[in-house]
Design a protein around this ligand. Structure first.
Ligand code: IYR
Length: 232
């Protein structure tokens, strides 16, 4: 009989897939749960989608920490099916701007339904994406259709969506503004960025400081009664 401790094939052998279990490194807020939850709500309530960016540089180290924070997101079977492409190179950003504006022009002129255009009216969006040249960083979130070595991934959209939400939250926490931009189709990004086939562009996120004269539409958020149902 093969020795379980050394056999490659025995379930208890060296290639078994059991994780090591370690004590939870528990996070405890400084104050009460209510104070922490209330404080975080008032911080995150100031997060706004921004389209007017400053060209003030943001050090790469700040972006690195934000990406690491996003990478702590939960994912199906812990496959971490994401990659964040952080672009500050002005020539590449400009190439992306040109390609994005082409796609967006088609959207506004042909593809968008009248209802869609009406729904966008309050936000005064248009095909001009000059902020891509201005903003110091463009983060392109890639959803990995397989792992890098061709393995299966699970709950891809859910996993990458959560990581992207955490990315926006981490950027806001650091005082940076973001825009969730989804030009469609986004296939051109794979080519411009020279990325492999299994990386599917999921979202483009300009990230930087808001312009001094940055304005945002005066939107209202759902009240608690509207966004929740409690069954106690
Ligand atoms: N992608 C276009 C259009 C657009 C669509 C939605 I839905 C928005 O919430 C905002 C914009 C653009 O970025 O202009």
């Amino acid at each position: 009989m093969p020795d379980p401790a050394t056999s490659d094939h025995h379930p208890d052998g060296p290639d078994r897939k059991k994780a090591q279990w370690i004590p939870l490194d528990r996070y405890t807020p400084d104050g009460s749960a209510l104070d922490a939850a209330t404080g975080f709500h008032s911080t995150i309530a100031k997060r706004r989608t921004v389209r007017h960016f400053s060209d003030q540089p943001v050090p790469r180290e700040v972006i690195e920490q934000i990406l690491l924070a996003a990478g702590t997101a939960p994912s199906g079977a812990h496959k971490q099916p994401w990659r964040f492409i952080a672009v500050s190179n002005p020539e590449i950003k400009h190439k992306i701007r040109v390609a994005v504006e082409e796609v967006e022009k088609e959207f506004y002129e042909d593809r968008a339904s009248n209802r869609w255009l009406e729904d966008l009216e309050p936000f005064e969006t248009n095909p001009d994406k000059s902020y891509i040249d201005t903003v110091p960083w463009l983060i392109i979130v890639m959803a990995l259709r397989t792992t890098d070595d061709g393995g299966q991934v699970y709950y891809l959209n859910e996993s990458v969506g959560i990581a992207t939400g955490m990315l926006l939250t981490a950027a806001h926490h650091a005082g940076l503004a973001t825009l969730t931009h989804t030009p469609s189709p986004m296939k051109f990004l794979r080519e411009v960025l020279d990325r492999p086939e299994h990386e599917r562009p999921y979202m483009m996120i300009p990230m930087g400081y808001p312009a001094d004269d940055c304005k945002v539409p005066d939107i209202k958020r759902k009240a608690l009664d509207d966004l929740s149902v409690f069954i106690e």
